[in-house]
Design a protein around this ligand. Structure first.
Ligand code: SAH
Length: 252
């Protein structure tokens, strides 16, 4: 797992966020994957306000306390909602253009990779929202993820993260799962993004490198987290195989 950040030329999501922030509209943020059909992310959704957020995200924001770190903060939508609640938050993201937009919106944002060990501040709450398990990337990266998390949490601090369980993509009508056990874990995807139709010509057609993104189901998260010395609590379940979990360092 790399601990580096992106350049503007390889930052399609940042380009979409920047275009929307600056010009009030954004065209098409295309998502490719070797496992699925081409898809699109509605850019306006990345600017959602508290009232429009899924309930799991609202619950996480209400629970967050003390010094908060918003990891992979994107447009800064969660950081801004927390600031409106009077809470103290810092945001990090590998995307240079997203960080630029967040700063412009008044968020205390830095261009930092979650895995960069030189970022040594500690927090009471670490937030990873909108499929927060994605940043783990691949199953074999789980121990490195939890090592890093231990270094970001103050004593008694917690991680609040959400994810979807992609089992519904493989479920048969009778509820059985059609999964090839010889294959990689079913929530392990590769993605690539491209932003097309930008108002600013230099942002048009920006394409990123492929990256790994992990959708970890709750039972697997709980299993690995406990192996890595964390206590896991299921806080809430969403309407479509999604959940919010709270992880704290196991003191015993
Ligand atoms: N949390 C935001 C954005 C989610 S998209 C929201 O809910 O709207 C995921 C974000 O994570 C992107 O902005 C991406 O640039 C960022 N990201 C991906 N890997 C990262 C890493 N290793 N460290 C920090 N940010 C990362």
């Amino acid at each position: 797992m790399t601990d580096s950040v992106l350049s503007c030329a390889a930052d399609p999501m940042g380009a979409a966020i920047y275009d929307f922030h600056k010009n009030g509209k954004a065209d098409v943020l295309r998502v490719f994957s070797s496992q699925f059909e081409e898809d699109e992310i509605p850019v306006a959704d990345l600017f959602r306000e508290f009232e429009d957020m899924p309930e799991l995200e609202q619950v996480a924001l209400e629970m967050a306390s003390g010094k908060i770190l918003d990891v992979g903060a994107g447009s800064g939508c969660h950081s801004m909602a927390l600031m409106e609640m009077g809470k103290k938050v810092k945001a990090i993201d590998i995307s240079p253009l997203s960080v630029l937009v967040m700063k412009d919106r008044g968020v205390d944002a830095s261009q930092v990779n979650f895995y960069d060990k030189s970022y040594s501040e500690r927090f009471d709450t670490v937030l990873m929202l909108m499929n927060g398990t994605g940043i783990i990337g691949r199953i074999e990266n789980i121990p490195a993820f939890f090592e890093r998390l231990k270094n970001l949490l103050k004593p008694g601090g917690c991680l609040l993260m959400d994810s979807s369980d992609l089992r519904y993509l493989f479920e048969e009508e009778d509820g059985s799962l059609l999964i090839d056990l010889a294959d990689d874990y079913y929530g392990q995807l590769d993605y690539q993004m491209e932003y097309v139709g930008a108002v600013d010509k230099e942002l048009d057609g920006v394409k990123g490198e492929p990256f790994d993104w992990l959708y970890l189901d709750f039972d697997s998260l709980a299993f690995y987290a406990e192996e890595c010395g964390f206590k896991v609590e299921l806080i809430a379940e969403g309407e479509h195989y999604d959940y919010l979990a709270k992880l704290t360092i196991n003191q015993q």
